[in-house]
Design a protein around this ligand. Sequence first.
Ligand SMILES: [Zn+2]
Length: 289
Amino acid sequence: MKNSGIAAALLGLLCLAGSSAVFAQVKGVYWTTSGMFGPFPITGLIPTVPKDRQRDVTIPVSMWIIDHPKGLVVFDTGNNVAVSDGNCKSYWAAGLCDFLKPSQKRSDVIDEQLKKVGFSADKVKVVITSHTHLDHVGNIAMFPNAIHVFQKKELYQGWWPEKFQGRSTPGTFVMGDIMPAREFNYLELDGDYDLFGDGSVLILSTPGHTLGHQSVKIKLASGGSIIMSQDAIWMQENLDGYPAGLNYSVQAYTNSVNRLKFMRDLEGAQLFMAHDQDQYAAKGGRWYK
Ligand SMILES: [Zn+2]
């Protein structure tokens, strides 16, 4: 009797210890953009879009701020600050500037976006980067004291992209983005990862667009989940079966699109895409809690 009483007390303590993890919930997730790209024809990105759905698009360059009790997290840092205020050609290849038409203002850059919602860049504990393309890894150098989370393969890709992905720099990979960050602290992953060990911020391996692309899934305090695909899924047309026109592996890309789609459907999660004009217009620039 006495023993079972002790056992019950111990069990109670264990339950309490377990529940503390439940309370370490994400306080909020803010969706913002590093200016816009466009307008340009959608077929410049997705060549197989059929005639009746072809149009010019002006797309966001999605970045995310995740407020977690164990640390402030940024997911993707947008276009390099040097691209701001019409100075694109001083930093990116002229052809990319002409095609993408970035409209980034200095106030759109991640450090200013953090300020806008009450944080300073030096308070960021973790920077997760989906992949090493110019519109996602652009400002990691602004976070010298953060832990930088990449798939290890993506670091290989960033430093030495295959020729067909554009090895010349500046191209879609810009050495100036990663060079100043070479000696930073890197958490180098090979697959999925539970960032704070409480299931609230899950990093999902979603290769295909690049060799080591990754997405993030967040469990919100309200109970719902959101998936930030970043470039695993650019926009609605990709969900509708028209593949992105820029891929390291179309097979891996297709698997990743399907993985996130099924996750959305089975879990009832919201799926947010990196570059969807209509979705950002309806749901961007706000907190999710
Ligand atoms: Zn992108």
